[in-house]
Design a protein around this ligand. Structure first.
Ligand code: ATP
Ligand code: MG
Length: 158
């Protein structure tokens, strides 16, 4: 359904903030206005839950996660940046594959199946967006995805 992505994302972040605010600082760099996108909210919530749970899971206590939304002409770029351990360059594309887990030793401790980002990719693409990652080992991870903007102007019918 047609949704203002900014207020929707604030709600998602609020929900995580209630649970992790003592350990991790969630920072918001979101525009003030409304930007409408077409969302299957259940599916988009799954995308964000997967990305944010990873960011939390791989963050040190006292770390921070920065949410940013940038508006381009025809799309929004959403990014979620953590200051966890990062991912080696040659593994960056593979993390979106099913059952891929980048660091076996570390992962045994944190748990998971390696499906979260594969599902996120499928669901972002179902919204006609793209998803990718940027990282430097030791310097955190940024997951980015796009969503096409809907026509922003709508006449009131009254
Ligand atoms: P699941 O999500 O199924 O519980 P998972 O978190 O291991 O398991 P994905 O979410 O698909 O699986 O992530 C794949 C792999 O990518 C992870 O195992 C981890 O190695 C790496 N990864 C994902 N997000 C981050 C992050 N924010 N920081 C560091 N590594 C990450
Ligand atoms: Mg995961």
């Amino acid at each position: 359904e047609r949704t203002d992505f900014i207020s929707y994302l604030h709600q998602i972040i609020d929900r995580f903030d209630m649970n992790v605010s003592e350990k991790i600082d969630l920072k918001r760099d979101l525009p003030g206005g409304q930007y409408f996108v077409y969302l299957d909210k259940d599916k988009m919530t799954q995308v964000l839950d997967n990305i944010i749970s990873n960011a939390i899971k791989y963050s040190p206590d006292g770390g921070s996660i920065r949410f940013k939304v940038e508006k381009q002409k025809y799309q929004l770029i959403i990014s979620i940046k953590d200051d966890g351990p990062g991912i080696a360059y040659e593994k960056l594309d593979k993390i979106f594959e099913r059952f891929y887990r980048a660091d076996k030793a570390r992962n045994r401790k944190v748990g998971g199946t390696g499906l979260g980002l594969a599902i996120a990719k499928e669901l972002v693409e179902a919204h006609h967006g793209r998803i990718w990652a940027k990282s430097k080992e030791g310097k955190g991870t940024t997951i980015l995805f796009t969503l096409p903007l809907m026509n922003q102007k709508r006449r009131n019918i009254s």
